[in-house]
Design a protein around this ligand. Structure first.
Ligand code: 5IU
Length: 485
């Protein structure tokens, strides 16, 4: 997309200024892809990007959302010999009265092609029409996701969204090429942040809201957080990864959102801690390379304790190398992490290659990874565009990525689990860069899902009573958040 960004600006498909939208809002950006109809080469190039970005989707037919996306869908259909459907806006009142034109058999799967997604309403409308004709729709693809919650909303309706680019990515690309000033970038980002679609209809899973309701809710984007859904409800969403499903349902059943950071010196200490505190926690997090005495016997015993006390094993490895190396670090060496860890952390800095090769390597169907999208320590570089890019990256790896390590609600998509380290009853720091927030702040106000507590529990005189207190505080904050919404 990077090569095309400047041309989009030149042909005025992207405009920056002050524009009154259909909804009455005044936007600092206006996107009009009809402008590319006059540039056939650009149209072909963009169609090819759309085709490539959604190549993992399984489908037999393509259908453009009327009208701007029709030429894009047509290009894909012709170039890749894929039959196309055309959805009419109104059924003809003469002749066949068909609302979907083209040849298809009910039961076939159709990919939806769209130019821009804001809140996803046009895509949902097209999905609904195609479904009424007996077609299956699981995926949609867009040239540009404005990053206003449309992808999350579609996900909650069972539609996976593939996007060639997002508005924040376009902004950063234009900025780095000197085509946009910092002030405009900030204005657009502020506008996006202030106009997010988050609907309580997310709770309805795959139910498609009626068209009239979509129109009404678009006029006033409601800031109802996906944090309003229970862990149990979220475990059932079709877009929740197998590991996230397991974790969320365990948290709901066991009534705990505490992960213990078992930063002790030896494997013997770790086993004792797991045995004592296992009943209170949902995950037991270690750094295998910081424990003395690591051997196969250790992880076999740890797995046994995890099964008995029903918690999941979390190796905080923070993989950050090329794909072929992280795969060996995951499967082999002294620690053989993939043999016992249910979940690991991965840095986004190395790009999607690391994730994809871990995904290929993972041995158990319901293990997974958290991408580090923010860190709790002072001066961390995982902020702003980096955080956004980390969240975007996860979308290409939905079976393996369960969510994010973060200190704020980095996404509103309820299928991701948000895990926050740096938690203590006393806010402050540890004198070495670690910054602490309270369970109430993290779960209740910031809206993340799991508190990772280390020294707050490990250094306490009575570890069990302290773990119970964190469990209680974390759960109260979660119930309070649900009650508020
Ligand atoms: N951890 C962080 N911050 C991060 C990430 C991981 O603290 O951003 I990524 C780990 C480090 C430690 C635990 O194992 O979480 C926090 O321990 P304390 O609660 O003792 O600070």
């Amino acid at each position: 997309m990077d090569e095309c960004v400047e041309r989009l600006l030149d042909v005025r498909a992207l405009k920056f200024g002050s524009y009154k939208l259909r909804t009455g809002l005044v936007s600092p950006v206006y996107i009009d892809f009809r402008e590319i109809f006059g540039c056939p080469d650009l149209l072909c190039q963009l169609s090819e990007l759309i085709f490539k970005v959604s190549r993992e989707a399984q489908y037999e037919l393509v259908c453009g959302v009327p009208y701007t996306a029709l030429p894009l869908a047509t290009c894909i259909s012709i170039t890749h010999h894929l039959p196309m459907l055309v959805r009419r806006k109104e059924a003809k009142d003469y002749g066949t009265k068909r609302i979907v034109e083209g040849k298809f058999i009910p039961g076939q799967t159709c990919l939806i092609v769209e130019d821009v997604v804001t809140f996803g309403s046009s895509i949902l409308e097209t999905v609904s029409v195609l479904q009424q004709e007996g077609l299956k729709v699981t995926d949609a693809v867009v040239l540009l996701d404005r990053a206003q919650g449309g992808a999350e909303r579609l996900a909650s309706c069972g539609i996976r969204l593939w996007s060639v680019s997002t508005l924040p990515q376009i902004l950063s690309s234009l900025r780095s090429r000197g085509r946009l000033d910092e002030d405009t970038v900030c204005k657009v980002l502020d506008f996006l942040a202030a106009n997010q679609y988050e609907s309580d209809s997310l709770a309805n899973g795959s139910a498609l809201p009626a068209k009239e309701q979509l129109g009404a809710s678009e006029k006033i984007p409601r800031i109802v957080s996906a944090a309003a859904l229970s862990y149990g409800q979220r475990s059932l969403l079709p877009t929740t990864s197998p590991f996230a499903t397991r974790l969320l349902s365990l948290m709901e059943e066991k009534r705990t959102n505490v992960a213990l950071a078992a930063d002790v010196l030896s494997c013997a200490d770790a086993l004792a801690l797991a045995e004592e505190l296992g009943p209170e926690i949902c995950m037991f997090k270690i750094h295998a390379d910081a424990l003395s005495g690591f051997d196969e016997g250790f992880h076999l015993r740890l797995v046994d304790i995890a099964k008995r006390h029903r918690f999941l094993l979390f190796e905080d490895r923070k993989f950050a190398d090329i794909g072929s190396v992280v795969r060996r670090q995951y499967e082999g060496g002294v620690f053989r992490i993939s043999h016992w860890a249910h979940v690991v952390t991965v840095h986004a800095v190395a790009g999607p290659g690391a994730l994809l090769s871990l995904q290929e390597a993972y041995s158990s169907v319901d293990s997974g990874a958290f991408i580090v999208s923010e860190m709790s320590c002072q001066g961390s570089l995982a902020v702003g565009n980096y955080t956004q890019a980390a969240v975007e990256m996860a979308k290409g790896c939905r079976d393996f990525v369960a969510g994010f390590i973060c200190t704020s609600r980095v996404t509103t998509d309820p299928s991701w689990v948000l895990v926050t380290p740096g938690v203590k009853f006393q806010e402050g720091d540890d004198g070495q860069g670690q910054q602490y927030l309270t369970p109430d702040e993290v779960i209740g106000r910031r809206g993340t899902d799991v508190i990772v507590v280390g020294r707050g529990i490990v250094n306490a005189d009575d570890r069990l009573a302290t773990a119970q207190a964190y469990r209680h505080a974390g759960w109260q904050a979660y119930e309070g958040r649900l009650a508020q919404s």
